[in-house]
Each structure stands twice: as C-alpha cells, then as structure tokens.
Design a protein around this ligand. Structure first.
Ligand code: KG4
Ligand code: ZN
Length: 354
C-alpha cells in the first residue's frame, strides 16, 4: 500500500511516500519539506501570492526527491493524495493540479484530502490507536477539539472564537521581535523565564462550554511588552506560554468529560496534532492530563506535527483501506473546508451531545 502525499496549503511545499503495509514507526519511506520561511521573512509573514509562486517553483523538485529517496517509481504507487483545502488557495491549487497531472499521467487514483484530516489521522501513522479518540488540533490556523470516530467521521467539540493558539504564539513573537515562526522562539525563551512573573489572564478557564479564545491574551501580552513594568522577555514568554497552555488543558479536560457522557464506546486515547504540538511543555502537560483521565496520550514527533507530506500520504492510505477513495479528478480546491461541516460556528457546552 504505497501512497504519495503532497502538501502545499500554507508555506511548506512538502511531499512524502508512505507504505501502509508496514508496522507503525517504519511506514515513512521519505518525507521532504521545503519551508518558505527564509523567502517570506523579508515580508514579515506569509504573502499568498509569494507563497503560491514559491510552491510552483519547488513542487517539481520536492516530489521528485520524495519518490527518489523512497526508491519508489510512480508506477508502483497505489494512489496520489494532495491537500485540497483548507488553506491559501493559490498554494492549494498548485499542489492539487500537480497531483492530478501526475495521477492522470500514471493512471493512478487521485485523492483530494482535507488538510485537517491529515493532522487528525497522523497519530495512527506513528502508533496503533483505535477509534474513537479525542484530538486536540493546535496549529497556526486552527484550535479545536475533535472526536475522531473513524476515517471520515469527525465531530468538532470546541473551536476558537477568535485567534488560533499558533497565531497567538506568532503574534507574541512578533511583539517581542523574535522572528517567525514564533512558536519555537517563544518556547525557547519561555524555558529561561518565570511562568508566574507576569500576571496574565487564563483565557476561558472554568468557563462553561468547550470553545477557546486567545485575542484577550494577545492584548494583555501587548500591554506587558509595551508597558512600564519592565518585565523581561523571558518572563513574558514563560507567563504567556503558561496561561495559554493552562487554557488548552482546561478546555481539553472539559471536552473529554463531555465526550465520556455522550458516546457509547469509551475514548481510546488523547492525541494532539498541528504545529503547536511540537512544543515540549505542552506534551508534558498533556501527558499528565492523560494520566489523570486514564487515557494513553499520543504526541507525534515534531516533524509530523508541523505541516508535511507524510500526514497527507497516510490519510490517503487510511482512505484507500476504508474503501473510501473514489477518484476525485473533478474535485475543485477549497479555501475553506471544515472537517465537521455540521458543527455550529461556535459550539458551546452542548456540542458533545449534538
Ligand atoms: O500545523 P502548522 O505547521 O501549520 C498550520 O498552521 O497549519 O502549524 C504552524 C504553527 C505556527 O503558528 C507555529 O508558531 C506553531 O505552529 N509552532 C509552535 C511550535 N512549533 C511550531 N508553537 C508553539 N511551540 C512550538 N514549539
Ligand atoms: Zn497544518
């Protein structure tokens, strides 16, 4: 079961070959990621047109290298999967068009997949976990809890009503002039500071419902950075990270409790995905939460938490296995594409019962 996966929905041009017939831990035959941070840094953030052009320039090489490194000729593939949304539409179009052309030329099935589905299924790429599991998806564009009941069966429990948590890390880094992407820089600085030095509010802690919010915290961080209190950057970073994660853990605990009341099959695991999952302080706190809830915790390796091709290839494997992968050559890329289209915009306490 060999699938080529292509990812181009933000600022990484990525491709990978995954062999679904191997045991967890040995499935990734290649995983090539070209990151545009160098080329976008001079603009101070992702400019969609610049990103799209960079994808066009790189995709050929990235896919060739993925196939070469895996030692897999196109003819040997069982399918080609690409992120078809949500994301910056210029980049998504590049990846989808390229994948469709390859698939047509080689007469292979093409799978148009949701980027969030790639993140959601990644824990099963690296560990044997059964459904259902609770997913905390934390990235630059998303901050959600999802109940994953099977391939293609996702129920959103809580979501952010304003900023995503990765965005909060990136904005904090920008305020403190730490460079982008902000997450790793804030994490490194936070390790040297006092997490209780700066009084910051814990967003939504103890509040009913399952949603998240980070815009108030962003404002409080701006005041701490620009005010006269003279806080050190290390203390601001540490305090920001502490309250941001306290909020995540509080909301995740509530989501697990809500699910336990609402589903027949007990949760099998607590898993985390998305770029912010690369943060070691977060994975430590999730591990403790898992112990408290009596659930195994799966945190994929950092390289599989941030955007990559292997997660899309693996989602393709899961789709093929589930017999849920009809050829999608006619699929049009989507800039917006919720994983759970039935979820209300902001879900609140009733979500798990819906
Ligand atoms: O999943 P991802 O690669 O891209 C999408 O947003 O889909 O996530 C990128 C986000 C950025 O906001 C980045 O700052 C954050 O993940 N991130 C981190 C860490 N590494 C990456 N946030 C906190 N701590 C980290 N170590
Ligand atoms: Zn992502």
């Amino acid at each position: 079961m060999l699938v080529l996966g292509i990812e181009s929905s933000c600022d990484e041009t990525a491709a990978a070959v995954v062999d679904g017939s191997r045991p967890a831990g040995e499935r990734i035959l290649s995983n090539i990621v070209f990151s545009q941070w160098e080329s976008v840094r001079k603009y101070g953030g992702v400019v969609p047109e610049v990103a799209a052009r960079a994808h066009v320039e790189k995709i050929d090489q990235v896919v060739d290298r993925a196939l070469d490194e895996a030692g897999v000729p196109i003819d040997a593939l069982d399918g080609i999967a690409a992120t078809a949304g949500p994301g910056l539409i210029g980049g998504v179009i590049v990846g989808v068009s390229y994948a469709k052309a390859l698939a047509m030329g080689a007469d292979k099935p093409f799978m148009a997949l949701n980027h969030l589905e790639g993140h959601a299924l990644t824990p099963r790429l690296v560990a044997s976990i059964e459904f259902p599991f609770l997913l905390l998806l934390v990235s630059g564009g998303h901050c959600q809890t999802l109940l994953v009941e099977g391939v293609g069966k996702y129920r959103r429990l809580g979501t952010t009503i304003d900023d995503a948590i990765g965005e909060a890390f990136d904005k904090t880094a920008k305020l403190m002039e730490l460079g982008q992407p902000g997450g790793p820089a804030v994490e490194a600085l936070a390790a040297q500071g006092d997490p209780r030095a700066v009084p910051l509010p814990v967003p939504f802690k103890g509040r009913p419902g399952l949603d998240f919010s980070f815009s108030g915290l962003k404002t409080a961080v701006r005041r701490a950075v620009q005010g006269d209190a003279g806080y050190s950057p290390e203390d601001i970073a540490a305090s920001f990270q502490r309250v941001a994660f306290e909020s995540l853990i509080d909301r995740t605990r509530r989501a697990a409790e809500a699910v336990a009341l609402a589903v027949d099959t007990p949760l099998q695991a607590l898993v985390v995905a998305g770029g912010v999952a690369a943060n070691r302080a977060l994975s430590r706190q999730l591990t403790s939460l898992g112990e408290e809830l009596g659930l195994p915790v799966v945190v994929p390796p950092a390289a599989l938490c941030t955007d990559n091709g292997a997660m899309m290839a693996w989602a393709g494997v899961e789709r093929l296995r589930a017999g849920n992968a009809e050829d999608q050559l006619a699929f049009a890329p989507r800039p917006r594409w919720p994983l759970d289209p039935d979820a209300p915009k902001s879900t609140g306490a009733g979500a798990a019962k819906a």
